[in-house]
Design a protein around this ligand. Structure first.
Ligand SMILES: [Zn+2]
Length: 336
């Protein structure tokens, strides 16, 4: 759809929504409009917390649930998280079946009028879900890592902007302005990624944790494989032997582990295939510490894609030229 048509359609939907709100008597945003209270937002993994923080800035309270450095795919929230969930006005989660225990706890505890918004599920139609070795279709859990693809992360930000503008209409202009700046930041990152990736002789990826499937599709990379099996155990010796053969045959100079999932198996594959093993990719653990400028969704993207580019023999100066920043003050809480 042409951009202007889309914009016109969104405008129309808004006019209808506003007309509805004007006619309606008891809308559930009344408490905010009347009292001027800040909305309380709960989020799950740190990259989503950072994207939400870039849109809402200091106009709402944002608190993450999944501690950084833990396995978000098997994470079970402590019962004490129920307190935050019972007070939240909105819970932004990834969805695509990533955070079921947290989603269930939220459903049991949400107050009246509060909602769970699944950013990933709203971003991608079901026929574009990717299933693979680590996320087989038979288990009904699609690969959930949409946020490592900046073009999809932009959509997360847009959904947050639209949703928050409804919940907190007084600040709608602020959220829209932040979204525009965040979208510009994504344009800049996207261009730098393409420029850096163009210098890589072979854009082929073997990772341990399978967090780059959508990214690979958008940026024309070939995913040779991911090692981690769906129950987060190690692959069988036969599968490892196949991967060693495959890495040798493809001639890639490096394979990638994840700092959250130390992998002796991937180390072994690297050693036996005679390629470099880089064990520091991150998919939901932001670099640095809360308060650092690299501790952000942009910092995460820039770190991963510089790491991949350089390990595969490319030149990452375009990516290094992207200035680390948030487009609004990040006042979110990131559990560690
Ligand atoms: Zn992951």
């Amino acid at each position: 759809m042409a951009m202007w048509k889309k914009a016109a359609l969104v405008g129309l939907v808004w006019m209808v929504a506003l007309a509805g709100a004007a006619c309606g008597g008891d809308d559930d945003t009344g408490a905010l409009a009347a009292g001027g209270d800040r909305l309380r937002i709960a989020t799950t993994v740190a990259p989503i917390t950072s994207i939400v923080a870039n849109i809402v800035g200091d106009r709402a309270d944002v608190e993450g649930i999944v501690p950084e450095g833990t396995n978000s795919h098997t994470f079970e929230p402590k019962p004490s998280v129920a307190e935050l969930l019972s007070d939240a006005d909105v819970v932004y989660i990834n969805g695509l079946v990533l955070e079921e225990p947290t989603r269930e706890l939220a459903e049991e505890n949400l107050k009246d009028g509060a909602e769970i918004v699944e950013l990933g599920t709203l971003t991608l139609p079901e026929d574009e879900y990717i299933y693979d070795f680590s996320f087989p279709k038979s288990e009904g859990k699609p690969n959930p890592h949409l946020w490592t693809d900046p073009t999809l992360a932009r959509r997360y930000a847009e959904i947050v902007k639209d949703d928050m503008s409804k919940r907190d209409a007084d600040n709608a202009d602020y959220y829209a302005a932040n979204y525009d700046k965040f979208s510009d930041l994504i344009d800049e990152l996207d261009a730098a990624m393409r420029e850096s990736f163009a210098t890589i002789p072979n854009r082929e990826l073997l990772t341990y944790h399978d967090a780059y499937a959508y990214f690979a599709k958008t940026y024309d990379w070939k995913v040779i494989g991911a090692i981690q099996v769906s129950d987060f155990e190690d692959p069988t010796p036969a599968e490892v032997a196949d991967l060693i053969d495959q890495v040798k045959a493809e001639g890639v100079p490096a394979i990638f582990g994840s700092e959250v999932f130390p992998s002796p198996v991937l180390e072994q594959i690297g050693r036996e295939a005679g390629v470099k093993y880089v064990d520091e990719l991150r998919d939901d653990d932001l670099p640095g510490e809360p308060g650092d400028v690299e501790h952000s969704w942009l910092g995460l993207m820039r770190f991963d894609y510089i790491t991949m580019t350089e390990a595969l023999g490319g030149e990452a100066s375009a990516l290094k030229g992207v200035e680390l920043r948030n487009v609004a003050p990040d006042t979110a809480k990131y559990p560690q």
